[in-house]
Design a protein around this ligand. Sequence first.
Ligand SMILES: *Cc1c(COP(=O)(O)O)cnc(C)c1O
Length: 349
Amino acid sequence: MLTRDVMRSTTRGFERYYNPVVGNAVRLDTNTNVLGSNPAAYEFLKHPVDGLDGYPNTYSDNLRDALAGLYGLERENFVAGNGSDEMLDLIFKTFTEWGDMSTIPVPSYTLYDYFISVNGGKTSFVDLTEDFQLDVDAMLKPKSKIILIPSPNNPTGNTFRSKDLEEILTNFDGIMVVDEAYAEYAEDSMLKRVNEFDNLIVLRTFSKAYAMAALRVGYAVSNLNVAGMMNDVKIPYSLDKISELAATAAVKDQSFIERSVSMVKEQRPLLMDGLRKLGFEPFPSDANFILARAPIDHKVLVDGLKEKGVLIRDFGSKRRTENCVRMTVGTKELNDMLLEKMAEVIDGC
Ligand SMILES: *Cc1c(COP(=O)(O)O)cnc(C)c1O
């Protein structure tokens, strides 16, 4: 039998990604949109797409044109692909050599280290401050090619201060990536400022506010120079035609996004209050999810909720989020149900 020594040295230690048994459980563990499938994309998919024999547009021009219109930028400011995860992979493929260092904050998105390692890189983990903000000097210290920052941050939920992001951008020789997977819910974004900076890449996704995670669509936005380099390296046709056209339809219907965002903004403080009443310590959120320190053991809570048919995500064994859980902000009905079941699990302890 082959040992794992046959694997690429940087991938030998990998384990499978989060893949829970779901059954009929209510999913408040993945930060997707609880209002259900994006209506414009769903409507588009009711009609069969013909031309399955032909390739999709090589660089997703339909979608990039729609995005350019939405944000007042040009088609060539955009790189579109198979989820923002493809964009992350592409960034390391395009801009790093074997052994190069990249810097990420702790805690942040678990997949960053995966994409750095897959591409033969090394990761510098830099702790956020006590209140989960950026330690600018510490972020700039490692000799890195790429600095990767999600804002709003996952799993903490807060955005980072624009002045901190700008300070890193202007003092860093490499490329800074701001992953804005949850930016629709937040007040601040760097997206419209990509032409101001030599070295800024902003990532966006259709998996969260757009309610299209099943279709795997994401994109990068940068100045024409950097976006051009990325498009040169990207796998041609990586975004399939059906997903591209469904996403294009979704961009043209902004009313669903507005409705989704206002629901979250209305419900988020109510869920926070409910959590506090149960003894949780919730952290401030600018996203559609809340990280909270649990009043009982995190694993007992998460397993207890799972038995009652609700999934939330457990971050309680990780450094900096000790005994914390993360849950998606639901509708009023979903949040009341969640709080009720939480109360039952806590009472049963
Ligand atoms: C959910 C999420 C994404 C989305 O990735 P896709 O590949 O577009 O589904 C990206 N970054 C962060 C921080 C996320 O939480």
